[in-house]
Design a protein around this ligand. Structure first.
Ligand code: ISJ
Length: 478
């Protein structure tokens, strides 16, 4: 987890709050703007006063063979502590330290986060001869699923190491002191035990049965995605890198992420923006391995399942319909394909578009995310009714589970996945920590799309299959 909040300023209404933290360093917000500086004293910026101190300084440079930061796998560079990650097939970004941090909540969390990041980047001093998506200043983002409750976080690391198209680079943000941080050995979490979270598996079965009953009534919803959580406790302090390494080893084609204590490996890409190109991979419709059934048989069964095809169509359409207004061109195939993972197979649709810039400025990634989140892959159809039903029937706080997670750079590029197959670290419990406990505590999440002909027992089994990646990573399988 990140350093404790040392100083902060809050603004907004109770319905919509933003807190910008000077994490032993650099960025602060006020009701009227954002400033960046060093060594603020408590109350140095009373409400209503905009700050005018120093901007962020970001310097990128290429790493060359022979430098361990060039030659070692990205995840092995993480020094421990506040790990930040977005890695797939060995490429992507890892980061550590905290040069600036924003916490937002409420219905306009995306807009506020976007404004903060735009402003930080506009004022930043950037030296970036690398010039690739992800070089220069970067923020890792993890947004709350719902308008209420839950907070969203943007973290600007002090050091980022990136790899793209075979090029490795390092970016330091701020004074670069954290660049020298040496990775400590990764520590295993010891014994893992599980208990009910806020919604037990039996409670989940009941919630699904209730949803199915209501959906079968006239005027009922077409689809709702219900989830539940599982509490894991470890006997030793939790080193997030242990999870990241094991997830990346078993799920290399997924995006292995860690942002502000939310850690997982997602197969679902909400949006990627590279210049004017946008891309999304929508997943919905699932089958999981069964004794005596080959992968080919399972794939054929999934493709021919009307229930799964319906679940999928709602999700793919929700993304395409909401993304289209921002695009001059959008291609969404009519037929889904099958994505095969170790634990499950999904129906998948890859959507590609070109952003329009009619007013001279294409929509930013966070604005696009605000428009498309939640798709019917994690919300439902119609969206607003589904989100209300989720809150009523789950009765738990999803936090940032199923929200957008990923990174943004200063040129408008970035990738946001859907935060599934993940856990929220509630307490890493470093030895000597305030809790006096030595073990860590995490909440694992999994959910399933429910349609009027869903079988509650099968949905419980599906959720169990979706919990496996994090469980196995925690238990040391790689
Ligand atoms: C909600 C989750 O997964 C989503 C639901 C799916 C489904 O219902 O078939 C498939 C992929 C994801 O879009 C999850 O893994 O927690």
């Amino acid at each position: 987890m990140l350093d404790p909040v040392t100083e902060s300023a809050a603004f907004g209404t109770a319905a919509s709050l933003a807190t910008v933290t000077d994490c032993k360093c650099r960025a602060l917000a006020t009701p009227h703007g954002f400033g960046v500086g060093h060594h603020f004293g408590p109350g140095a910026y009373p409400p209503g006063v905009a700050t005018t101190s120093r901007p962020l300084v970001a310097r990128s440079r290429r790493l060359e063979p022979g430098d361990p930061r060039h030659d070692r796998p990205l995840l092995e560079l993480l020094p421990g502590g506040s790990a930040l990650s977005w890695v797939r097939d060995g490429a992507g970004l890892v980061g550590w330290g905290c040069a600036a941090r924003l916490e937002v909540s409420g219905p306009d969390r995306f807009e506020r986060a976007d404004a903060w990041w735009q402003q930080l980047c506009e004022r930043a001093e950037v030296v970036d001869p690398v010039g690739l998506p992800g070089s220069g200043p970067v923020a890792f983002a993890s947004m709350a699923f719902a308008d209420h409750p839950g907070h969203s976080a943007l973290v600007v690391p002090e050091v980022v190491v990136g790899e793209r198209d075979g090029v490795r680079w390092i970016t330091t943000i701020g004074d670069g002191a954290a660049e020298a941080d040496e990775p400590e050995p990764v520590r295993p979490p010891g014994f893992v035990s599980y208990g009910d979270g806020q919604l037990s598996a039996t409670g989940y079965r009941q919630a699904v049965a209730e949803a199915v009953g209501r959906m079968q009534e006239p005027g009922g919803l077409a689809k709702v995605v219900l989830a539940h959580d599982l509490l894991a406790t470890t006997s030793e302090p939790l080193d997030m890198r242990f999870l990241l390494h094991n997830l990346a080893a078993r799920y290399p084609s997924c995006w292995t992420f860690a942002v502000d204590g939310l850690v997982g490996a997602t197969p679902e890409l909400l949006l990627e923006r590279t210049g004017y190109e946008v891309r999304s991979r929508v997943l919905a419709g699932t089958i999981w391995p069964r004794e005596g059934h080959s992968t080919e048989q399972l794939a054929a069964e999934l493709l021919s399942s009307e229930k799964n095809r319906h679940e999928h169509a709602y999700a793919a359409e929700s993304l395409a319909v909401r993304l289209r207004p921002f695009c001059s061109d959008l291609v969404a195939p009519d037929e889904p394909e099958v994505l095969q993972l170790r634990n499950v197979l999904h129906l998948a649709t890859n959507v590609e578009g070109k952003l329009s810039d009619a007013d001279g400025r294409a929509a930013t990634l966070l604005r696009l995310a605000a428009a498309v989140h939640p798709t019917a892959a994690v919300g439902g159809t119609p969206t607003e009714d589904a989100v209300r039903l989720i809150s009523e029937l789950e009765g738990m706080d999803r936090g940032r589970y199923a929200g957008p997670v990923g990174w943004l750079d200063g040129s408008g590029n970035g990738e946001l996945g859907v935060a599934i197959r993940c856990a929220q670290v509630e307490d890493a419990a470093a030895p000597g920590g305030e809790t006096g406990r030595s073990g860590g505590k995490l909440r694992l999440f999994a959910g399933c799309g429910i349609v009027p002909d869903s079988d509650p027992d099968l949905e419980v089994a599906e959720a169990e299959a979706k919990l496996l990646p994090v469980r196995e990573a925690l238990e040391g399988l790689h």
